[in-house]
Design a protein around this ligand. Structure first.
Ligand code: UDP
Length: 253
């Protein structure tokens, strides 16, 4: 049997050719990286959790009319997605100051922002994904003004959906990153949410205790990452069961 073709391998995921034209298979690895891959580890079960959580968020977005690349989950670690042309920007939405905005602007972590703030970072590992302005984006041709308007609108709709979902289970959505891709329907181009939405790409704080339930647990050595992600999944009803004494997730079909 022919081996399927690997299209791309990133830090946390692998993309394979999909079964039909215009599709890909996205495989979630257990690898965790931070600080532009200077810090690395393997976290058993992380890929399974993120596959399941990204499915949950993306299918929820699809169902409220926010278009995403997600088609269906294939197994524990893989999902079928639409192939897109990724726009080389990371789109970050912030509700509360944390991480790089706190450092850059000297705003204490945990300060509520006056309104959601959308930022763009140029996807370039060699440069460490620098913050860029709309002027840079248009001048260098990474996206058009129309794309930018659509990206801001998509990002804010994702923020509304995710922050409501999280609030319902006692979690504050501090910030998150999404990636956006282009697809063509005949002559028409549309932008859709791509990549993944998971605790790897969000900051999630328990509303009562402030406990971090996201990748900062790994970045800042705050405990077991799989336990934190399992807690998010459990609260959302994605994986309500957990084998006591293990970090191995137990999936509910
Ligand atoms: N983020 C991400 N990938 C990146 C950079 C940031 O998923 O390459 C997410 C990060 O997890 C957080 C949000 O984007 O939820 C804002 O990150 P920030 O700019 O504060 O950067 P960091 O503190 O992670 O360096």
């Amino acid at each position: 049997m022919a081996r399927r073709k690997k299209v791309y391998e990133g830090k946390a995921k692998i993309l394979y050719e999909g079964p039909e034209p215009g599709t890909l298979v996205q495989y979630f690895k257990d690898d965790a990286t931070a600080f532009n891959a200077e810090k690395r580890a393997t976290v058993e079960g992380k890929g399974v959790l993120n596959n399941r959580l990204s499915e949950f968020f993306m299918s929820g977005l699809n169902s409220v009319g926010v278009p995403t690349h997600f088609i269906r989950r294939l197994n524990m670690r893989e999902q079928l997605i639409r192939a897109v042309e990724i726009i080389p920007l990371e789109v970050v939405v912030r509700n509360v100051a944390a991480g790089s905005i706190s450092k850059r602007l000297g705003i204490e972590e945990g300060t509520a922002l006056p309104r959601p703030i959308v930022e763009f970072y140029f996807k370039n590992d060699e440069l460490g994904d620098p913050l860029v302005s709309e002027e840079h984006i248009i001048a260098f041709g990474w996206a058009t003004q129309q794309d930018l308007d659509d990206m801001v609108s998509l990002a804010l709709r994702v923020n509304d959906f995710l922050s409501g979902l999280m609030l319902g289970v006692g979690i504050k959505l501090v910030d998150f990153k999404i990636e956006i891709g282009r697809i063509w329907d005949g002559d028409y181009m549309r932008l859709i949410v791509a990549d993944e939405i998971s605790p790897d790409s969000c900051r999630l704080w328990d509303i009562e205790t402030g406990q971090k339930l996201d990748k900062d647990v790994f970045r800042r050595d705050l405990g077991n990452l799989a336990d934190a992600y399992t807690e998010v999944a459990r609260r959302l009803g994605v994986m309500p069961q957990r084998e006591p004494g293990t970090t191995k997730p137990t999936l509910i079909n």
